[in-house]
Design a protein around this ligand. Sequence first.
Ligand code: 8Y7
Length: 280
Amino acid sequence: MSHPGAPCPDWRVDRPLIMGILNATPDSFSDGGRWNTVDSALAAAEAMLEAGADLIDVGGESTRPGAQPVSEDEELARVIPVIEAIGRHLDCPVSVDTSTPAVMTRATEAGACLINDVRALSRPGAIEAAVESGASVCVMHMRGEPSTMAARTDYDDVVKEVVDFLAERIARLQRAGLGSDRVLADPGFGFAKTTEQNFTLLRRLGELDRLGVPLLVGMSRKRMIGDATGQPVERRITGSAAAALLAAERGARVLRVHDVGATRDAIAVWQATRASGRTG
Ligand code: 8Y7
């Protein structure tokens, strides 16, 4: 089925794309629920677009460890009005951060071009809803649920396990009718991984190339940045931009970030360095 919103950008352009995070949650850890009304959500989205965002990721369920579960009705009430307002006023590509099939269906009808599911379409009916929607999908690696994942960090080789998991999900989606041109993959930084494992994944991110789909990464303001820098969440902009740049250099195609301007500047310096090679 077709949807009315702006289409997703071409993931294969010659620069990494920036996905700005828009939390439509009252308990979001990083912007403290300042953007709860549709108007302030719109203002936040507009500011991120002006700062250089290529698409906006709208989420209504906090995946913060210990966060309260959200009912389907509550999730719909949080995200659908925001996606509709963005379509009316900004007309930029929108992704919906959800694991709930009904939200996938309604959000894509309202214009979302991408379903970003941290549970990799594991809920009953999610694959069917995604296939039917016509939208693209980002599948992410995690173990268990956000509430239990912190205890599940026993890996022999974290990179191999993440690649095997994502390859299996991509194959499963392909069998269900989602061609690889509609799929992105994400190693899930901070989801059932220690800081050491997160940095191993970042260092070896190039090995995820063989999944054959564009890679999306999200490290913005996460604990791994805090552990490396010693900074609290409100002072992790520079560290997050550095991590995004390292991921871009290792092939990441989409960077999911809170601080769009800082990320864009870091990428611009990398781009200028690369472009200089063409003239001498
Ligand atoms: C990620 C994500 C979150 C991520 C993708 C946070 C929704 C926690 N993290 N989606 N969502 N990748 N694809 O700190 O790493 O933003 S929520």
